[in-house]
Design a protein around this ligand. Structure first.
Ligand code: KG4
Ligand code: ZN
Length: 342
């Protein structure tokens, strides 16, 4: 490989239930991206079991990294920096990636760059949209996070709003379980909702009185559970598709409304989405429509770059590396790491 051509980063992600490694050039070009998903393993428990996730990461991480290097047709000699997610996430899961990255960095004397998982999700947008540069607002919706942020510059974020309780993806997963769809719920609700009537049941759109950009999804989740209980008590059956579609619309309405409010208040003509829930087809079409109406350019990653992957960590690591960020061999996993903190 021609090393003159820029910065090549080996990125590692193990914050939840995906063991992933990628080789990314200059922050925007994926040379390889390998994801080993543990979904099948956790399915029978209805959610991610942290202890099992950590053990599986240990089993998989070396082969996932080797495969990423092989697919990219590079060796560790070609790598300029190792980027790794060090938070937020499950501590035991994060530690596997962090320990691995530190070992490679130490053994091969390659600089180490700790990356914030959410910064990774947002940076997924840079991979397929070469023209996208900060500042822009981004709606980050995943299984663990719901944030509306302005990416002011690379590595610089202003948080406008966040969830007060459940994350959007968590609400999808819980409602999916309640209507018998199983884990992981988001993609299943997405699929089933296409057959349903989104106006069949009116579920609440929660707003937080003193914080217009904050979100709250626990009331919506309770409203769905109450509706299901009501049906059962009356001996009535419910339509899985109608509940899925009506719930999904209630979530998406609030997400789109908040995102548009931010774009208008702060005068942006571009907007991005990120995180696992950004793969949701209804959210994507509603955002597209709302942005088009206002002349806003809408950016979103391919579904495979929305859910957890290491390519997004490689993109974020590149800009951190260019900003001079270097992590020491004392880098630790920080399960509740805040965005913008180091
Ligand atoms: O970003 P991610 O892979 O992991 C976290 O950082 O949390 O997000 C996973 C979440 C899960 O809650 C999953 O149900 C949700 O993203 N998700 C979806 C879709 N695909 C994944 N939610 C709604 N619609 C989808 N198509
Ligand atoms: Zn994630």
């Amino acid at each position: 490989m021609d090393r003159e051509k820029g910065i090549t980063i080996l990125a590692i992600e193990s914050s939840c239930d995906e063991t992933a490694a990628a080789v990314v050039k200059n922050g925007r070009e994926i040379l390889s991206s390998v994801i080993s998903s543990q979904i099948e393993l956790h399915k029978i428990y209805g959610g991610v079991v942290p202890e099992i996730a950590s053990r599986k990461h240990i089993e998989k991480i070396n082969q996932v990294i080797e495969e990423a290097l092989r697919q990219a047709d590079v060796t560790l000699d070609d790598i300029d920096a190792v980027g790794v997610t060090y938070g937020p996430g499950l501590v035991g899961a994060l530690l596997v990636g962090v320990a691995e990255a530190k070992a490679i960095s130490y053994a091969r004397k390659i600089p180490l760059v700790g990356v914030h998982h959410i910064e990774g999700h947002i940076s997924a947008n840079f991979i397929e949209h070469r023209e996208l540069e900060p500042p822009f607002p981004c709606l980050v919706v995943s299984g663990g996070h719901t944030h509306l942020v302005i990416m002011e510059d690379y590595g610089k974020y202003r948080i406008l709003g966040r969830t007060r309780d459940d994350a959007a993806g968590e609400a999808f997963d819980k409602v999916a379980r309640a209507i018998g769809l199983g884990y992981p719920g988001g993609p299943k609700i997405d699929r089933v909702a296409r057959e349903g009537n989104a106006d069949a049941i009116v579920f609440p759109r929660a707003h937080v009185a003193d914080a217009p950009y904050d979100f709250s999804f626990s009331g919506l989740k309770s409203a769905v559970l109450n509706y299901l209980n009501g049906c059962r008590m009356k001996g009535e059956t419910f339509s899985q598709a109608d509940v899925a579609a009506s719930f999904q619309k209630a979530v998406v309405d609030v997400l789109v409304e908040h995102a548009m409010m931010a774009a208008e208040e702060y005068g942006f003509d571009k907007m991005a989405i990120a995180g696992g829930v950004a793969a949701n087809s209804f959210l994507r079409t509603q955002m597209e429509r709302a942005c088009a109406k206002r002349g806003i350019t809408f950016y979103y990653p391919s579904p495979i770059l929305c859910t957890d992957n290491a390519a997004m960590i490689g993109a974020a690591a590149y800009y951190e590396f260019q900003n001079g960020t270097r992590s020491g061999l004392d880098l630790n996993a920080v399960p509740n790491l805040k965005l913008g903190e180091r």
